[in-house]
Design a protein around this ligand. Sequence first.
Ligand code: ADP
Ligand code: MG
Length: 395
Amino acid sequence: QSSPILPTANPPAWLGVMGGGQLGRMFAQAAQSMGYQVAVLEPVLEPGATCPAGQVAQRLVNAGYDDGAGLDALAAQCLAVTTEFENVPAGSLSRLAQSVFVAPNADGVSVAQDRIAEKRFFVGCAGKSGVLPAPHKVIASEADIAAIDDELLPGILKTVRMGYDGKGQVRVRTRDDVRAAFAGMGQVTCLLEKMLPLAYEVSVLTARGVDGASVVYPIAENVHRDGILFTTTVPGPNVSADCAAKAQRAAQAMVAELAYVGVLCIEFFVLADGSLVVNEMAPRPHNSGHYTMDACVTSQFAQQVRAMARLPLGDTRQHSPAVMLNLLGDAWFADDSDAIREPAWDQVLALPGACLHLYGKDDPRRGRKMGHLTLVAATLPEAQQRLHEACLILG
Ligand code: ADP
Ligand code: MG
């Protein structure tokens, strides 16, 4: 796959993306602005329904993620294929890779899909990365629950597969809580993680090319609400230069260890004593990297295009301090009301440095990611002040 003689995929070649959500949409927009054509594979279920990426791509292949004919159509049309959806079956990426360049490949994606494989990778890589994950234990049976070390409680029980935005997680204090939570999740294999006293959370985006060269973005500080990313601030107000350097070094060590091609995001916890713990990784552009669209020379989506097209990676330099605010469906509802109302975009966009991104979803629901707003300014306090004003407007 990483044959050095594989030529670059130049525009107007077709690039493919597995998944039709907002990440696929922003990928498609970045690729198109560089002159590429984009095909999206998405299992849109209802006739006439659209998806965020399908609205903008030149072609929508309407097929399941494991549909052979759909995968073959994507492979036949495209010079390279990537994924925006973390839970694409690894076997589908392998099948695509028989006839088209796939980045990231099945190996990289499958590590991130499975919390056990992911933890094993983090532990194995600790000598090079300098960071460890939270203490943890696989919970697959009653015997595993009986054998839990008291040290791991209180903790968080997480399903091994398909968790996102805090879904598939239960906080547990006692062994009985674990039992109840494990039963509540249908006894699927879980991972129990010790609950750590987080001072704050950060993430680092990195990208690696087929030639092994890698780049890293500035460290981002993330605030979650109800398990969903709420804001990303860059530079992070709490982040020390030492912490940033450690996290960036760790991310680059991991992307090299995986021999990964494409954009990868690593989430870390920072504890009260300043120590760094690696949490999880996403084998794709990440919500915490959306600020790069408006605040960095090369957005994370343009970077993904460059990596999969085997072109030189772009400059990751941040040119403006930025705060990114996720726009959840909640902003479309007044408190305690079920009536949908448009947010006051005229007021939001009157804020200097406001950059609005909406994903083309027509049915707002509470907790649903509808878009994001990035506030850029000459200084971080100004960007933060505008975030504050935006939150007042959005309610
Ligand atoms: P998801 O796939 O839903 O993003 P995460 O593992 O990142 O799952 O967990 C979501 C959030 O829950 C984290 O961003 C963090 O705020 C909190 N969290 C997760 N694991 C721990 C832990 N071991 N200790 C303390 N907080 C945690
Ligand atoms: Mg997470």
